[in-house]
Design a protein around this ligand. Structure first.
Ligand SMILES: Nc1nc2c(c(=O)[nH]1)N[C@H]1C(S)=C(S)[C@@H](COP(=O)(O)O)O[C@H]1N2
Ligand SMILES: [Mo]
Length: 256
């Protein structure tokens, strides 16, 4: 599918979720040459459409327990190979700590027990992978906003970067990483999950801690999060595009 078609498809999906299809607005819009040009060229169209039309606190759809997928597909890395990770996993992550640093007033290091004592949220949501499959699961985790409140972002900080324990299939020298902006970071459904379907988060799904940022595609949801850094720009990190897959051509804003 061409980039223009992909953008158009995503635009239509956005319109559907905004209820615009019923008004015929999207079809008519996309028939106009000028608009098609914009759809084809502007990578950040989705971001601009969503950010201008949706309120920043709009919730992703939530489901019921009956909707939970009997088998949730595990994708990408399913068991990080590094000795450090293997050692942490062997002791049930008792010695693991989440490091939070960068543009913060007060650096933080949080054990799993620390995180579990902080404000949490439980949600049943649909995970959409860019490869075209979806699964519904229940996630419980610490609200990212609670972590940010604890470390106090400096005023210049613009992005939250998540560094993971895995190097995806030996594909790259650098570890998997992702980034989101503060609109998503403070969103009610943005959590660092330590439980899935009522149990401690299993290794294939990102133990001990994985990001859920429910209004975006699966590749944003960093698993095996070890360290968080607050930055003003991600231009100097790895390939400079804000994420492992972004450095390989995926869009940074993966809104659905
Ligand atoms: N650290 C890490 N996070 C990752 C990946 C990965 O390979 N490594 N894959 C991403 C992709 S493409 C998807 S679809 C989801 C898969 O999450 P799941 O295994 O819980 O289905 O994790 C995302 N986060
Ligand atoms: Mo994915």
């Amino acid at each position: 599918m061409s980039a223009a078609n992909q953008n158009r498809r995503r635009f239509m999906k956005n319109c559907a979720s905004l209820g615009l299809i019923a008004l015929g607005g999207c079809d008519r819009l996309t028939e106009q040459r000028q608009i098609q040009g914009i759809l084809g060229s502007a990578e950040s169209l989705t971001e601009r459409v969503q950010r201008s039309l949706l309120s920043s606190d709009a919730l992703a759809r939530e489901f019921t327990e009956a909707d939970i997928s009997p088998i949730f597909r595990a994708n990408g890395t399913t068991n990080p190979q590094s000795l450090d990770y293997q050692r942490l996993a062997a002791s049930g992550f008792a010695d693991w700590q989440l490091q939070v640093e960068g543009m913060v007033e007060r650096r933080g290091a949080f054990s799993l027990a620390d995180l579990k004592a902080m404000p949490s949220r439980t949600q049943i949501t649909r995970h959409d992978c860019v490869e075209g499959w979806s699964c519904i699961g229940q996630w419980k985790g610490v609200r990212l906003s609670a972590i940010l409140d604890a470390v106090r972002p400096q005023p210049e900080a613009r992005y939250v970067v998540f560094y993971c324990a895995d190097k995806l299939g030996g594909l790259a020298a650098e570890s998997y990483y992702e980034s989101i902006d503060f609109l998503d970071a403070y969103h009610e459904q943005t959590i660092l999950a330590y439980e899935m379907n009522g149990q401690a988060l299993p290794v294939p799904y990102g133990a001990p801690l994985r990001l859920r940022v429910e209004r975006q595609l699966g590749y944003k949801m960093a698993k095996y999060v070890m360290r968080i850094e607050l930055v003003e720009s991600f231009a100097q990190i790895a390939g400079g595009k804000g994420g492992f897959w972004e450095d390989r051509g995926y869009e940074w804003y993966a809104g659905i």
